[in-house]
Write a protein that binds this ligand. Sequence first.
Ligand SMILES: *Cc1c(COP(=O)(O)O)cnc(C)c1O
Length: 461
Amino acid sequence: MSNRFQTKQIQDLDAQHHLHPFSDHQSLRAGQNVRVIVKGEGPYVIDSEGHRILDGMAGLWTTNIGYGNKELAQAAYDQMVELPFYNTFFKTTHPPVVALSRKLAEIAPAHINQVFFGSSGSESNDTAIRLIRHYWALKGEPKRRIIISRKNAYHGSTIAAGSMGGMSHVHQHSYPVYEGFRHVMDPYWYGDSFPGETPEAFGLRAARAIDEEILRCGPENVAAFAGEPVQGAGGVKIAPSTYWPEVQRIVDKYGILLLADEVITGFGRVGTWFASEFYGIRPNLITFAKAATSGYIPLSGVLVDDKIVEALMSTDDDFNHGYTFSGHPVACAVALKNLEIMERDRLVPKVKETTGPALAKLFARFKDHPLVGEVRTVGMLGAIELVADKKTRKRFDDPGRVGLICRDHFFREGFIMRAVYDTMVCAPPLTWTDAQFEEAGAVIQKALDQTLADVSGELAA
Ligand SMILES: *Cc1c(COP(=O)(O)O)cnc(C)c1O
């Protein structure tokens, strides 16, 4: 059933009035037709032309329980009727924010028992930056302000979170980038290792870049190290096994704070509630957002460990920071229901037992494809690297061009993967069953073959 007229009308109005995030506005305005998504159903989204598309990106790393869940809708409805909004400033609280805080303390690592809420990952990283600097001021070391992060990190798009992130195209627009952030190499073995360097040796080298940067800054000036346990928007970069233990050792050696940005990896993505548990690290702060409500409504937060909370309690001065929607009752009620569903349906252990291994197996099928340099997965996160030369790992000219060709083939064939330059990344809902893995496998094969046909002339002989 075609809806062409309505689709065109929506596209035109969109071009006239809607400024999209992270987009080239010239080509959007020039009528490069945007896809109109009108409905979500379990693992699928449906566009205005009636196409059912399997969503391999869980919206944007968010819809861990899939689309169209009526229990979440009911939880939101009930809370809206009961108490749609009240603030948590001036010595007030409400039952949903208390219940969710308690629940998060239960699933967070043992040394973490408090949470500060926001509505987006960017906001929570801003909160974390403030907490880190405030902590050192309270400890009598106000000079400790530098936060070391990594190249290609994504921590959000507010000016502070964007500055902490390591994406040069984000920095370009922050006039100027905030000072006090340093960026070291990210643990990207496939792209950055020396010829013959093992992943283990590379992991140690990448971690030691943090130590070197601390020495360059002067250890007395360094406040914290911040990193995503698995770099997401930077291309699903999965650190070698040696990396995180060495990072923890370095952080401990200098006594600086560790911020784990779990906006993607939180809530079961790698098979534990938080990836910090998976990698055996002990962060002082964990930021979360995206999948906390499976994306049904905005909610984010910073989980704060006992050491920082003790410092906050050592003074009767206010911590002068907060958001109107911190601990929004409807968002909290939806998050609680989301976590309840994840527990009831065992979605987190399933990532370890069935869905994660199924994704690994699915991707492994394509490692010998002529276009594919590497496949990698951890839990329900995966990446496929497209290269011009499998042997030398040589990339295509004009990075991102082939990724977009491939992404468009995926879309046309009814499957969504995102292109990070020429790396195809995937983060499906945790609810996928054999049927979805099979469907995805058929489309990936087709889309890779179609992409290969488009660029075969550029491949190494
Ligand atoms: C998406 C993301 C953010 C930013 O979250 P927003 O809700 O878009 O502000 C921060 N960190 C990571 C790791 C993310 O993936």
